[in-house]
Design a protein around this ligand. Structure first.
Ligand code: ZN
Length: 273
C-alpha cells in the first residue's frame, strides 16, 4: 500500500462513526439515508430478509426496522410495517408500460431533472390516466422507478397506483408544455425553498411557479395554455405566486434500460446534468 492510500485509509477510519444498530435505532422517524452511511456509520448487524425483483430488503437485528436497498446502492429507505404488503405486491407485479401508452408518453415527454439532481431516481411524465375502475386522474405522473413506493416521496402518503391499474393514458390539459416544464427545472433556489419561474397566462397575467412544476391550474387557466413571457412582457408587471400546488398522483412502472434510453438519455435533460 502506498503512503497516499494509507493516509486516506487512516482518515476514513478516523471519520467513521461506528454507531451500534441502524439509523432507526437512533432516530425512530428516519425515512432514508445513503447506502454508504448505513454501511459505514452504523455497525448493524443486519440480516437479509428478501431479494426483490429490483433490490432487496434487509432488517436491523437490533430495532427490527426493515430497509429497502436498491441495486445502485446509493440510497436506502425504511419500509414501515404498513407498507410491507405493498412492497410484496410491487415485487410480484411486472409493471410494464403498454406500447400504445408508450407512444403517448413519448409525445408528452419526461420532465428532466433539475440542476440539483433532485428526484433522479424517478423518470416522471405528467399525464391524464383513466384507471380500470373508471377513476380519472388529471394530475397523474407516470413514475418509472427502480424501487417500491417507499422513501420520502411515498412516506405516509397514498399518492400512487401501479401501472397495471391503468386503462388509458392521455394528454392532460393541466400539464404544462414541455418547454415550460424544462424552464422550471432550470430555476435556481434564490432563497430557502424558493426556486421561481415566471410564466404567463392567456390574459397576460404573470404567475410565478416554485421549483420543478408539472401541472398548473390558476384562476381557471390550465397548464396547456401557459407560456414563457417575453422580456417586454416581463417589464410590464410583476408575477404573482401560484396559489395551487397541485398534488401529483404517481403511477408506478418498472425502470428498464429501454425506458431509460427513450426518456432519460435521448430525452431533453437539464443543461448541467
Ligand atoms: Zn436498528
Amino acid at each position: 500500500m502506498n503512503l497516499l492510500k494509507y493516509i486516506k485509509k487512516l482518515l476514513k477510519y478516523n471519520n467513521t462513526v461506528d454507531k451500534k444498530g441502524c439509523p432507526a435505532c437512533h432516530s425512530p422517524n428516519v425515512i432514508g439515508t445513503s447506502f454508504s452511511s448505513l454501511k459505514n456509520d452504523y455497525s448493524g448487524p443486519y440480516h437479509d430478509l428478501k431479494t426483490l425483483k429490483i433490490g432487496r430488503l434487509v432488517q436491523c437485528e437490533s430495532c427490527k426496522t426493515i430497509w429497502f436497498v436498491d441495486n445502485s446502492k446509493s440510497k436506502v429507505d425504511t419500509v414501515p410495517q404498513n407498507r410491507l404488503q405493498t412492497v410484496e405486491d410491487w415485487n410480484n407485479k411486472k409493471l410494464e408500460i403498454h406500447p400504445e401508452h408508450l407512444k403517448v408518453l413519448s409525445e408528452i415527454g419526461c420532465t428532466p431533472l433539475d440542476h440539483y439532481g433532485n428526484l433522479k431516481e424517478f423518470i416522471s411524465i405528467p399525464c391524464k390516466c383513466i384507471l380500470e375502475n373508471g377513476q380519472i386522474i388529471e394530475n397523474a405522473i407516470i413514475s418509472i422507478q427502480s424501487k417500491p413506493p417507499v422513501g420520502l416521496m411515498y412516506y405516509n402518503n397514498d399518492n400512487f397506483f401501479f401501472i397495471d391499474q391503468v386503462k388509458s393514458i392521455e394528454h392532460s390539459d393541466l400539464t404544462l408544455p414541455l418547454d415550460i416544464r424544462i424552464a422550471t427545472t432550470k430555476s435556481y433556489e434564490i432563497s430557502m425553498g424558493y426556486a421561481p419561474t415566471v410564466v404567463i397566462a392567456p390574459n397576460n397575467q404573470m404567475y410565478i411557479t416554485n421549483w420543478t412544476t408539472n401541472f398548473f391550474y390558476e384562476d381557471g387557466f390550465k397548464g396547456k395554455e401557459i407560456k414563457i413571457p417575453s422580456d417586454q412582457q416581463r417589464q410590464l408587471q410583476n408575477g404573482i405566486d401560484t396559489k395551487n400546488k397541485l398534488k401529483e398522483i404517481r403511477i408506478i412502472a418498472d425502470w428498464t434500460a429501454e425506458l431509460e434510453k427513450i426518456f432519460r438519455l435521448k430525452g431533453v435533460s437539464s443543461e448541467k446534468m
